[in-house]
Design a protein around this ligand. Structure first.
Ligand code: SF4
Length: 356
């Protein structure tokens, strides 16, 4: 679908070079968008009517509309967005109570998508089932955060780029989005509250190491050796474990920052003692935290979540290997298709013309 107007928030405010527009007007628009979360020019009440009209004629401001919203009993909320070209993406709001020494606070994390679909085809993931449709633009990445914040009616504390798509495959759009997310005049979310998750695009890990802000990196490992990881993640054929671990070492050396190894536990695929020992070994070598995530069943895929005993035994074995930290994340929103891409897949299928 051909879009006729450019999306304003695809470019940074310093490039909003509308002819003859004084800089205070640019700041006003910036405040409406990033502070107040307004994605409609007509609501910008301190702009003259003729300017609002002109902006509306020349630009789009709203990258997406809500297509479906699903809340879960534990209040995890999933949004399915319809983009301007009628593609669908998802974001998930995850509330949690965090804190130490008796000081507890409720925090809100948003899981953000970076692509429509995904080219990497990890075998446990619904997003990859249909392949990659396209990259998201900077404004479409920002739009998810601005609109989810508005829906939540409160500040979003943490961002995790673990939604649909491989974030590091879309760095040209993601890095400018991060600039706006981090900027005090933008969304003002601190670097240590932002995590990028990658399936292991080795050259891009090294490229990200040069990004100035200290954002966090999580590696989707999901296997302790090449043989096991290859069964789950085809990307392992392009960048085998040894190359990936070396890139992680380099990233850590350049950033002086701890990384996390994510590990989805899948019944009879990667949940045996040997894999647990290997995982602990890698984590020790990288001085990395380990996050274990029991698999969420995906409709149409055969894999299953291991039993609770097996999950706990796996965690115990990893912990005995003495990595810096092991956590077990019981996925929130298990009841609302929380694995990335499931909601979109359902929507896309329901829009497909019937062949019968
Ligand atoms: S897990 Fe991430 S990288 Fe793998 S197919 Fe799904 S979206 Fe892509």
């Amino acid at each position: 679908m051909k879009l006729t107007k450019p999306l304003l928030i695809d470019s940074p405010p310093e490039k909003w070079n509308f002819e003859d527009l004084p800089s205070y007007r640019v700041s006003q628009i910036q405040q409406w968008v990033f502070e107040k979360g307004t994605l409609h020019f007509e609501e910008m009440s301190n702009l003259p009517a003729n300017l609002r009209q002109r902006l509306q004629e020349e630009y789009d401001l709203n990258p997406m509309e809500i297509a479906r919203e699903q809340g879960s009993v534990d209040t995890t909320q999933k949004f399915l967005w319809k983009l301007r070209d009628h593609q669908f993406i998802e974001s998930v709001l995850i509330p949690a109570t965090e804190g130490t020494k008796g000081v507890r606070a409720s925090r809100l994390t948003l899981c953000v998508s970076t692509q429509v679909g995904c080219a990497l085809g990890c075998k446990f993931c619904a997003s990859g089932l249909d392949g990659l449709k396209r990259n998201l633009s900077t404004g479409e990445i920002l739009g998810q955060i601005i609109l989810a914040r508005k829906k939540a009616g409160r500040r979003i504390d943490n961002l995790v780029f673990m939604g649909m798509g491989e974030p590091l495959a879309n760095l040209p759009a993601l890095l400018p989005a991060l600039d706006q997310i981090l900027s005090p005049d933008g969304l003002g979310i601190g670097a240590r509250h932002i995590t990028l998750s990658t399936s292991g695009l080795v050259p891009k890990i090294l490229e990200l190491a040069n990004y100035p802000a200290q954002i966090r990196l999580a590696i989707s490992l999901h296997g302790g050796d090449d043989e096991t990881r290859r069964k789950i993640m085809p990307i392992n054929d392009r960048y085998p474990m040894d190359e990936l671990l070396k890139a992680c070492e380099k990233f850590i050396e350049m950033r002086k920052k701890m990384i996390t190894l994510e590990y989805i536990l899948i019944k009879d695929i990667n949940d045996d003692v040997r894999q647990a020992k290997l995982l602990a070994e890698h984590a020790r070598r990288l001085n990395a935290k380990v996050n274990l995530i029991p698999y969420n069943k995906v409709e149409g895929l055969e894999w299953e979540r291991p039993s609770q005993e097996k999950i706990l035994a796996f965690k115990k074995t990893v912990a005995e290997g003495n990595p810096p930290r092991v956590t077990l994340r019981m996925e929130k929103g298990h009841d609302i298709d929380a694995a990335c891409g499931q909601l979109r897949l359902r929507e896309t299928k329901s829009e497909e013309p019937s062949t019968s």
